[in-house]
Design a protein around this ligand. Structure first.
Ligand code: HSE
Length: 342
């Protein structure tokens, strides 16, 4: 095998720790599939002393995450810090400017700055990859960017937030109260640092704007997403919907038509025989309809340590194999500036 792919990891929360564990547990298999070993060389996080159940002594520790971009012993920087701006964005810009590949799970940053970062990656001929940013472990980015790349896609929609789905489906199954279940989802590690991003639909909207860009060949337009969250859904709504043959899900929906790009996130009444009605707990599911392939359904774990780490490492394997290619399936200059449909 040839030289290893050398990784710097910024952020050692659930997902960061999961990436370390996965690269340890499946090192041989990953090296065989990637064509070379994938090795972490440096890490950065806020708290050096916290016990994460992993041995960090073998990696260089860096206090200032942004300095990872400048290291000569690093080929790829993985950003698991979060936040649309601040340290994550600084790290992204510096990494790409330093001709290094960048892997992120940061949907907020991509929703706001994805086009700028994709342009920077294109200019340098390096990879910008973000499978973990949308729907956790589900390979929907790869599915749309590669598997369905030959299709015109008119609709993309789905359950995009594990926290909301966990809350709604637990309320449904156990007739329990919203706030009580929210606390549980937070303890399980699905919720964002600011859980209002989850329950107010902002996280799902970030993900939808990324999916819409990929699916429709459009410039990301997060500001045009109409957003309503689940804060006001009560157990009685769920019971009444059930009596009428529906389940309530927070759905993100994107549609491209002659009127423009239509993007919205809100609680939906989903007929009981629709696949989305059977998406429970932290599962996510995405439906995309292509003109030649027909209806695709992607389903799996949309949040949590293992599934999200799986997506991050999938991106690393792609990079180890030499994949670059445009982040949003076509060069940024080719993406259409679609007007927001009324
Ligand atoms: N807070 C997100 C969710 C995490 O609940 O889906 C995964 O993006």
């Amino acid at each position: 095998m040839t030289h290893p792919l050398r990784i710097a990891l910024a952020g050692l929360g659930n997902v960061g720790a999961g990436v370390v564990k996965l690269l340890d547990a499946n090192a041989d298999l990953i090296a065989r599939r990637a064509g070379r070993p994938i090795e972490i060389v440096a890490v950065s996080a806020r708290d050096r002393t916290r016990d994460r159940g992993i041995d960090l002594a073998r990696f260089a520790w860096v206090d200032d995450a942004a300095s990872l971009a400048a290291r000569d012993d690093v080929d790829v920087v993985v950003e698991l810090v979060g936040g649309s701006d601040g340290p994550a964005l600084t790290l992204a810009r510096r990494t790409l400017a330093a001709d290094k590949a960048f892997v992120t799970a940061n949907k907020a940053m991509l929703a706001h700055h994805g086009l700028e970062l994709a342009e920077a990656a294109e200019a340098k001929g390096v990879a910008l990859k973000y499978e973990a940013a949308v729907a956790g472990g589900i390979p929907v980015i790869k599915g749309l960017r590669e598997g369905a790349a030959a299709n015109r896609i008119h609709h993309v929609y789905g359950v995009l937030n594990g926290t909301c789905n966990y809350i709604l489906t637990t309320m449904e199954a156990e007739s329990r109260d919203f706030t009580e279940v929210l606390g549980e989802a937070q303890r399980l590690g699905y919720a964002e640092a600011d859980p209002s991003f989850d329950i107010d639909g902002v996280d799902a909207a970030h993900k939808l704007s990324i999916l819409a860009s990929l699916a429709f060949g459009a410039r990301i337009d997060f500001g045009a997403v109409a957003i309503t969250g689940i804060r006001h859904v009560i157990a009685a709504d769920i019971a009444e919907a059930g009596a009428l043959g529906y389940r309530i899900r927070l759905v993100g929906l994107g549609e491209a038509s002659a009127k423009g790009l239509f993007q919205r996130v809100h609680p939906c009444l989903v007929p009981i025989d629709h696949p989305l009605a059977h998406v429970t707990g932290s599962l996510n599911a995405i439906v995309a309809e292509g003109d030649f392939v027909g209806r695709l359904l992607f389903q799996g774990r949309g949040a949590g340590e293992g599934p999200t780490a799986s997506a991050v490492v999938a991106d690393l394997i792609d990079i180890a194999r030499g994949a670059t290619g445009p982040a949003f399936a076509m060069p940024v200059a080719e993406l259409a500036a679609m007007p927001a449909a009324p």
